[in-house]
Ligand binder design. Structure first.
Ligand SMILES: Cc1cc2nc3c(=O)[nH]c(=O)nc-3n(C[C@H](O)[C@H](O)[C@H](O)COP(=O)(O)O)c2cc1C
Length: 339
């Protein structure tokens, strides 16, 4: 099957999923009746590469590489990211590196968001030269490399060899002209992985936990004999955030972020921002640019209100609010205490 057809397949399967969420039902905030905060004073802005990042939300890597259908989706997502002043990552650019006729489905993003934050994206076996090509193609402000071992293993035509990846990442983090962001795609990130990444100088991660778009199920739907054991593989996003405490770099929580409540709980667990892929895809698919802007704006307004109710004016301050853990998240916290 061609790379371009596989991308269209992934979109179709992802649209049909109803994700359970990234484990956030197991965390509850302690309510404050006297928060002593005004909603107007909640400040959600951060800066990255000298550019404004107005809200701690981003549109995560999905498309490009599937012809005009993916160009149209990227157009809507890019217009929304430009309007909201939030970053957007394109989907894996390997398709365009291998076939130049796919470039238009990525370059549309820079055309529609000429001055905003755009992240390039490629797989973990990407060479330095290929990464540079991806960055140049869309004048990217950062390069995302996705770690997707489980997806590759379940993918009928996927990779089967995963040695030497860390050495490749070390070269990218050292030599690329833009920051490197290492991300998962829905199986979560452990403390062990973070320690390896820290040791080579990676300072920006996206934990990409379980509970959102499930790439094991998507690839299993493309197999004649499914590898069922992988459908529930990995750590949820909330569990991953517990794992990466103490990392010290910039952390994006992604994978099953459903709403503002999940976002603010992510901040409480140490995330600096949240990323959304599947939900943004659904909005763009149903109502184009306007639907993405409306959906994201609604979520941002609610984030502001939840932070007001908690008495917190910054994302940093949310890390210090009291909360209670339940169920499997509590068990995870007890059995994997912070080091
Ligand atoms: C249709 C689709 C395609 C995706 N393609 C990529 C990709 O090319 N590169 C990548 O790093 N992640 C890719 N992802 C993974 C997302 O960036 C994200 O890590 C994952 O979907 C979990 O977030 P979610 O639950 O908000 O969807 C894709 C997700 C979707 C839904």
């Amino acid at each position: 099957m061609s790379r371009s057809q596989r991308k269209i397949d992934h979109i179709k399967h992802a649209l049909n999923q109803e994700p359970p969420g990234g484990g956030y039902d197991d965390i509850r905030f302690v309510h404050q009746s006297l928060p002593e905060t005004d909603a107007a004073d909640v400040n959600l802005k951060q800066k990255f590469q000298g550019k404004d990042w107005d809200y701690p939300v981003m549109i995560n890597a999905m498309t490009g590489g599937g012809g005009t259908e993916t160009e149209r989706l990227n157009e809507s997502l890019a217009e929304a990211s430009a309007y909201l002043k939030i970053p957007m990552a394109v989907g894996s650019q390997t398709a365009a590196v291998k076939d130049v006729s796919q470039e238009h489905s990525y370059t549309i993003v820079r055309r529609k968001n000429p001055s905003g934050l755009i992240f390039a994206n490629a797989g973990m076996d990407c060479t330095y030269e290929q990464a540079l090509r991806c960055v140049d193609m869309i004048e990217a402000d950062a390069m995302q490399i996705h770690l997707n071992t489980v997806q590759e293993l379940v993918m009928p035509e996927g990779d089967r060899a995963f040695s030497g990846i860390l050495a490749g990442l070390e070269k990218l983090v050292r030599d690329l002209p833009v920051p490197l962001i290492v991300k998962e795609v829905g199986f979560g990130m452990s403390r062990d992985t973070i320690n390896k990444l820290s040791s080579i100088g990676v300072s920006r991660i996206d934990v990409g936990g379980r509970g959102g778009t499930n790439f094991a199920s998507i690839e299993n739907a493309r197999r004649s004999l499914p590898l069922e054991g992988f459908n529930s593989w990995g750590m949820t996003t909330a569990e991953s955030l517990l794992e990466v405490r103490g990392f010290g770099g910039h952390v994006t929580a992604a994978g099953g972020i459903r709403d503002a409540g999940d976002a603010v709980k992510s901040f409480a667990l140490g995330a600096d921002a949240v990323g959304m892929a599947g939900p943004a895809l659904r909005m763009a698919n149903e109502g184009g640019t306007e639907a993405v802007i409306d959906g994201m704006n609604h979520m941002i307004e609610e984030i502001r209100f939840i932070m007001t109710a908690l008495g917190t004016e910054t994302v940093e301050a949310v890390r210090h609010v009291p909360y209670v853990l339940h169920g499997s998240l509590k068990e995870w916290a007890e059995q994997r205490p912070s080091q």
